[in-house]
Design a protein around this ligand. Structure first.
Ligand code: GLV
Length: 313
C-alpha cells in the first residue's frame, strides 16, 4: 500500500498510516512539490493541496488510486466527475477552517472600513504629521448592513460575528430560506462578503454591473475564490471612487497579482491566508489523514465529496 502527499504536512502522516497498515509506504516531501512531480504509479492514496490540479491526466498516471484527500474545503482544483467515474473517492476539509476563515474575512472587513493599510503605510513612511480631525476617515460598521453571498458554514460564522458587531445581515444563497437575490444584496448592502464556492454560476459574480449598483460607501470582501470577482471591474470601481474599499484574500491567477491590483487604492490585499491558523491547518491535515485511512480501510470517510463512490468494507 502506498500513500503519496504532494506537500509536507503539520501532522505525522507516515506514523498514522503505518500504525494502521504496518507495511505501507508513505511518501511526504519536505515542502510542496506539486502533483506533477509525484510518482503516482503505485499510489493508492494521494494527499494534495488546492495548488494541485487533479484531473484526468493525474488519474491516468495513478491506476491504483482509491482516494484523493484535498487539503482545503474548496475543491475547484479537482475534476470531481473524472474521479467519480474512475471510482476514486474525494475528501475535503470542511468545518475545521470555518472560524479561521470567518475571522480573516472579518479582519479584512475591519481593515477596509478603517483604512488600516493606508494608516500603517503612513506611520511606516516616517511622514506622519500627527493627529488630524479629518485624517483617514473610515466607515463605522455598527448599524450597517452586511450582505453575505453564500450562507454556508463560513457565511454563517461571518453572520454571527457581524451580528455581535451590531450589523444587520442579509444574504443570497440558493439553499437558504429568507435569501435575497444576489442583485438585491449588492444594491442594499454596505459590505458584501463572498463565502460561496467557485462554480460556473459564481465565476465573475462581482462584475461591473453589480459594482455600479452598490452604494458609493460600499465595501467588497473576498475570502472565497479569486475568480468569483472580475478583478478589472473591481479596480475600475476603486480607482473611479465608485465604491469605498475592497479587501481580497484570493486572486484569479494566484500567485500572479496584476500590477493594477497591487497599485490599486483602497484595496486591502492578503496572500490567501483564510485558513492559515496553526489550529485550522493542523486539523485540515488531520482530516486528510483520516480520509485516507478510512478509504484504505474500506470505509466511508467523514468528508466524502463524491458520495456516488461505493465503499466495500
Ligand atoms: C482554502 O482556500 C480552502 O478552500 O480551504
Amino acid at each position: 500500500m502506498r500513500v503519496v502527499s504532494t506537500s509536507s504536512l503539520p501532522i505525522d502522516l507516515a506514523g498514522q498510516v503505518t500504525a494502521r497498515f504496518e507495511s505501507a509506504a508513505v511518501v511526504v516531501p519536505d515542502h510542496w512539490i506539486g502533483v506533477e512531480r509525484c510518482d503516482l504509479a503505485e499510489a493508492d492514496a494521494l494527499v494534495c493541496l488546492l495548488l494541485d490540479r487533479i484531473d484526468a491526466s493525474v488519474i491516468a498516471r495513478a491506476p491504483k488510486l482509491r482516494v484523493v484527500a484535498n487539503c482545503a474545503v474548496g475543491y475547484d482544483n479537482v475534476d470531481v466527475d473524472a474521479l467519480t467515474s474512475a471510482g476514486i473517492a474525494l475528501t475535503n476539509t470542511p468545518d475545521v477552517l470555518t472560524e479561521a476563515t470567518a475571522e480573516l474575512a472579518f479582519a479584512l472587513m475591519l481593515a477596509a472600513a478603517r483604512r488600516l493599510p493606508e494608516g500603517e503605510a503612513l506611520v511606516r513612511s516616517g511622514t506622519w504629521q500627527g493627529w488630524r480631525l479629518d485624517q483617514l476617515l473610515g466607515i463605522q460598521l455598527l448599524g450597517k448592513t452586511l450582505g453575505i453571498i453564500g450562507l454556508g458554514r463560513i457565511g454563517q460564522a461571518m453572520r454571527r460575528r457581524a451580528e455581535a458587531f451590531g450589523m444587520r445581515v442579509i444574504f443570497a444563497d440558493p439553499h437558504a430560506p429568507g435569501a435575497l437575490s444576489i442583485d438585491q444584496v449588492f444594491a442594499q448592502a454596505d459590505v458584501v462578503s463572498l463565502h460561496c464556492p467557485l462554480t460556473p454560476e459564481t465565476r465573475n459574480l462581482v462584475n461591473a454591473e453589480r459594482l455600479a449598483a452598490m452604494k458609493s460607501t460600499a465595501i467588497v470582501v473576498n475570502t472565497s475564490r479569486g475568480a468569483c470577482v472580475d478583478e478589472d471591474a473591481l479596480v475600475d470601481a476603486l480607482t473611479g471612487g465608485r465604491i469605498f474599499a475592497a479587501a481580497l484574500d484570493v486572486f484569479a491567477r494566484e500567485p500572479e497579482i496584476a500590477v493594477r491590483l497591487r497599485s490599486c487604492p483602497r484595496l486591502v490585499l492578503a496572500p490567501h491566508i483564510g485558513s492559515a491558523t496553526t489550529e485550522a491547518r493542523t486539523q485540515m491535515a488531520q482530516l486528510c489523514a483520516d480520509g485516507v485511512i478510512a478509504v484504505l480501510s474500506g470505509s466511508r470517510p467523514r468528508n466524502l465529496v463524491n458520495a456516488e463512490v461505493v465503499f466495500r468494507g
